[in-house]
Write a protein that binds this ligand. Structure first.
Ligand SMILES: Cc1cc2nc3c(=O)[nH]c(=O)nc-3n(C[C@H](O)[C@H](O)[C@H](O)COP(=O)(O)OP(=O)(O)OC[C@H]3O[C@@H](n4cnc5c(N)ncnc54)[C@H](O)[C@@H]3O)c2cc1C
Length: 371
């Protein structure tokens, strides 16, 4: 198809990479983002070689690497701090690292700047109020009173997607796992040249995200899904680390700023049925939200973007494009969601324990496959 006018709902990682990929195919693109300040919280994200490959395909590789930091291994530790494995991460691009750690704000700036530079229109502080698909086009009214007519609408509005709820009121919903994650930034360990993962009922990881910064994540069982007040959050996070390995405990006194603690109950969701209805299609967390145990959620959203743009450019109808898109994406995304959940359940004693080193090596092999 040519000359499509496309609305992307959601200016996050999936929506912005979709906008860039669609502009490369020559489509007219508008992005609407609910958050008027287009903000992102301040910790980081882990990405693997398949994401570097996707960033290259988006023409973003150098900007992306310039904003993050590369590393080539995952180190696994026992709860008492003894290192049990260093799993080399396979590179997919010659001369580039296997993994990248990057601050979420740094990534957001790279994607946002490029989206605008490629000529997509970005409108902030806006949501879609009504979406009416007559089979030929989609009429959308917006929360600011404006309206538009589009050939295709993409719902990239995240795990609590309003687009999904409107289109598929009976679809799967995000389900709380019983586990939550705490994150906090620190000065980077001088010798940190890998993602470090400490196993145990309280799991801990250290992720480099720049030359001088790393973040710590801490996964804890939270069966009752408590709502912790912001005041005192740093002390609560310190308390969660009281029985961890000495190397971790040594850091805890630096956790002092309640506002810098990022706490998040972990949820997962996979739409088993169709990912589109008529001319409206879903992408990223809106259709397959994963817990972060394999660090691949954003990677899947970015790959979705490339595949959807390719299929829209290649197909004769939106229906064909969306069907081909889901066929290319479902197994891979389902693997990430299900395997991440299996690791989570293993950690919580809700399922058999999963060998982290083995699961990581397998994930590298699966995601190395072409998209
Ligand atoms: C604790 C945690 C750690 C993670 N760590 C990693 C990691 O290390 N590596 C990795 O690859 N992935 C990780 N992920 C997953 C990753 O964050 C997501 O998969 C990724 O952000 C999905 O991108 P998205 O664009 O689909 O959704 P989002 O990033 O959630 O973006 C959705 C956007 O839509 C906007 N929006 C929402 N509703 C509307 C609306 N009605 N109208 C307009 N705009 C709207 C939102 O404001 C937001 O900007 C992690 C996730 C969690 C929860």
């Amino acid at each position: 198809m040519q000359s499509l006018k496309i609305l992307v709902i959601g200016g996050g990682i999936g929506g912005l990479t979709a906008a860039i990929a669609l502009r490369h195919k020559g489509f007219a693109v508008e992005v609407i983002e609910r958050d008027p300040s287009w903000s992102v919280y301040g910790v980081g994200i882990i990405q693997q070689a398949n994401v570097l490959r996707a960033m290259k395909a988006l023409g973003l590789l150098d900007d992306y690497l310039g904003a993050g930091v590369g590393f080539d291994a995952v180190e696994i530790f026992r709860p008492d701090g003894v290192k049990v494995a260093r799993v080399p991460a396979p590179r997919l691009l010659d001369g580039y690292p296997a993994n990248v750690g990057i601050g979420r704000r740094a990534l957001h700036k790279v994607l946002g700047d490029r989206t605008i530079a490629e000529g997509a229109e970005v409108r902030l502080g806006i949501t879609a109020e009504t979406i009416v698909d007559d089979g030929e086009q989609v009429a959308v009214t917006f929360s600011d009173g404006s309206s538009g007519i589009y050939d295709v609408v993409i719902g990239a509005d995240g795990v609590y997607s309003h687009t999904r709820e409107t289109l598929f009121p009976d679809a799967e919903r995000p389900a709380f796992t019983g586990q939550a994650v705490w994150r906090y930034n620190f000065p980077r360990f001088a010798d940190l040249d890998a993602l470090q993962v400490y196993n145990g009922p309280t799991g801990v990881g250290f992720v480099p995200i720049s030359e001088d910064l790393m973040y710590m994540y801490v996964t804890t069982p939270e069966p009752d899904n408590p709502r912790y007040p912001r005041e005192g959050l740093a002390a609560t996070m310190r308390g969660k680390l009281a029985t961890c390995a000495p190397a971790i405990q040594a850091l805890t006194e630096q956790i002092t700023d309640d506002d810098a603690v990022v706490y998040r109950p972990l949820e997962g969701m996979l739409m088993e049925g169709p990912w589109h209805r008529g001319r409206v299609v879903l992408l990223g967390d809106a259709v397959h939200a994963t817990t972060p145990h394999l660090g691949q959620g954003a990677g899947m959203a970015i790959e979705d973007s490339l595949v959807l743009a390719e299929e829209l450019a290649r197909a004769d109808t939106a229906e064909d494009a969306f069907t081909a898109y889901r066929a290319r994406r479902f197994d891979r995304c389902a693997y990430i969601v299900r395997q991440s959940l299996a690791i989570c359940h293993g950690q919580l004693g809700k399922g058999p324990p999963v060998d982290n080193a083995k699961a990581t090596a397998e994930m590298f092999a699966v995601t190395a496959q072409p998209i």
